[in-house]
Write a protein that binds this ligand. Structure first.
Ligand code: CA
Length: 234
């Protein structure tokens, strides 16, 4: 994105007071804010505007948040867009299901606007850092997995694999450090930066999703019992 251009965020949330509260606070931070109360309309807005980040409520009338998430990941032009799910505190299973579908993070309701804004900034900063850190043309070849960092693309042979932004970042981090074992907390630090409250459990869920998408190549991401994960160095 050009410097000076405002980042665009899309909020898909049917509860008007929550939607307006989020919109108000993000607008204060200088973001361009798009809003929808409806899953299908939200998806159409995402396709039309290609936002930099989507805040997605899971419990929506009509097309629910899970389906919206699935659809976003299916459309190549917005498949890499970071998604933060909004869930109720009691919806642990929903949170895991959402992460498996490719959401990058979740926030449980009720949440403070400050926490929400901090999460949004952290994810956008991480994406920005990732782009800056990667010299143009940098491609990691790990066995027959090709990780094309500038294009944010993963291929196995000629087949393109669609990963969420977080899955991509984890794979990139592990593949850049092949053979080294990292704890869940080290992975969190590496991909999120400091003071970012993602749980060890959500790293496990992301790894499960990543392995599934890598198919036959999934086992290259090894679990080191009692320690963490590594990309097989052999
Ligand atoms: Ca709702």
């Amino acid at each position: 994105m050009d410097s000076g251009e405002r980042e665009t965020l899309l909020i898909i949330e049917d509860e008007a007071d929550i939607r307006e509260l989020i919109a108000f606070n993000l607008d204060l931070c200088g973001y361009e804010v798009l809003k929808s109360a409806d899953g299908q309309e939200g998806l159409d807005l995402a396709l039309g505007h290609k936002p930099d980040l989507i805040l997605l409520d899971l419990m929506l009338p009509g097309m629910d948040g899970f389906e919206v998430c699935r659809q976003i990941r299916k459309h190549p032009e917005i498949a890499q867009c970071p998604i933060i799910m909004l869930t109720a505190r009691s919806e642990d299973e929903n949170m895991i299901k959402g992460l498996e579908l490719g959401a990058d993070d979740y926030i449980t309701k009720p949440f403070s606007p400050q926490v929400l804004v901090a999460r949004v900034k952290a994810i956008l900063r991480r994406r920005g850092d990732l782009k800056k850190k990667s010299p143009t043309g940098k491609i990691i070849q790990a066995r027959d997995i090709t990780i094309d960092i500038p294009r944010h693309e993963v291929r196995i042979g000629n087949k393109r694999i669609e990963l969420s932004a977080t899955e991509f970042t984890i794979l990139q981090f592990l593949a850049e450090n092949r053979g080294w074992v990292f704890s869940r907390n080290q992975i969190i630090d590496a991909i999120k930066g400091e003071d970012y409250p993602v749980t060890a459990r959500s790293i496990d869920v992301q790894i499960v999703g990543l392995r599934k998408k890598l198919g036959d190549h999934g086992p290259y991401i090894e679990t080191v019992r009692g320690v963490g994960y590594r990309f097989s160095g052999e």
